[in-house]
Design a protein around this ligand. Structure first.
Ligand SMILES: [Zn+2]
Length: 271
């Protein structure tokens, strides 16, 4: 059977990133919640000292309300949100963070390079409502760790998609059993040859550190890359005896990352 080796993107994909009429969520691990609109998703990691939000969808109050509602729906308390980590300075990830800063006084984290990039190169230059609208409290760099309660998040510098793009590795549990999850910060390859080469170099580096950290769970912040919406729906309804679809083993993680290479090589052919 012929299967696609990469997702199909169209102008509809880009338009759907701003569609705030649909949200879904699922508790995919004991301590990890995913919330998605049609194309973009974020994560909430639970620690024994509060919650960490990773990425923030889109600068829309509807996205903020959906994230808070999902947190309540799984029985967690939004008043315990302590931190907001961003993978990179694009509007579909910096998202609705302004409301988390205002309402929950979260500490915000991003690389310094991407904080400047976010300010100086807005994704939508003609749309002020999408411009940088909150401050970053902590600048992250390669090798940093972020600790809260019983959780440590490992930070890796993976430039390419943006100049200061970050990727994260962190532990999660499935029915009390430990697993290691990896989130590649930048999904699609960039638009110049030099940047795509940098993106591929970062990918090799991230796969390498993921192997050393025994990563067996692959996460993405865009649903198009890995049948994200279908996996969320499966997870919402999965019965107790069914496998957790996010646990793919370290070989599975390497195969998963191949999609980023396939997209990059196709991009290089076009440039
Ligand atoms: Zn991006």
């Amino acid at each position: 059977m012929m299967r696609l080796d990469k997702p199909a993107f169209s102008s509809e994909t880009i338009r759907a990133m701003e569609d705030m009429s649909f949200f879904t969520h699922s508790l995919i691990f004991d301590d990890l919640l995913i919330i998605a609109q049609r194309e973009t998703n974020c994560f909430v990691l639970k620690t024994d000292d509060g919650l960490i939000i990773i990425d923030a969808i889109w600068p829309s109050k509807k996205a903020f309300d959906a994230i808070v509602a999902a947190i309540k729906d799984v029985g967690w308390n939004p008043d315990t949100i302590k931190k907001l980590l961003l993978t990179h300075g694009h509007v579909d990830h910096t998202g609705c963070g302004k409301w988390f800063v205002e309402r929950y006084h979260v500490d915000t984290y991003l690389s310094k390079v991407d904080d400047i990039f976010w300010q100086e190169h807005p994704t939508k230059p003609d749309r002020p409502e999408t411009w940088k609208d909150y401050d970053i409290d902590h600048y992250l760099q390669d090798g940093d760790t972020i600790k809260l309660g019983n959780k440590t998040i490992f930070v890796y510098s993976t430039p390419g998609h943006t100049p200061g793009c970050l990727s994260y590795i962190f532990p999660v549990t499935e029915s009390g059993e430990n697993h290691m999850a990896a989130l590649c910060g930048g999904t699609t390859p960039p638009w110049t040859k030099a940047e795509v080469k940098q993106y591929l170099k970062s990918l090799d580096y991230f796969v390498d550190v993921s192997m050393r950290k025994n990563v067996d769970v692959a996460l993405s912040n865009h649903t198009a890359i890995d049948n994200g919406l279908e996996r969320i729906e499966y997870s919402r309804k999965r019965l107790a005896y069914m496998p957790n679809i996010y646990i793919i083993g370290s070989d599975g993680f390497k195969k998963y990352c191949q999609v980023f290479r396939t997209m990059s090589h196709e991009m290089l052919e076009r440039l």
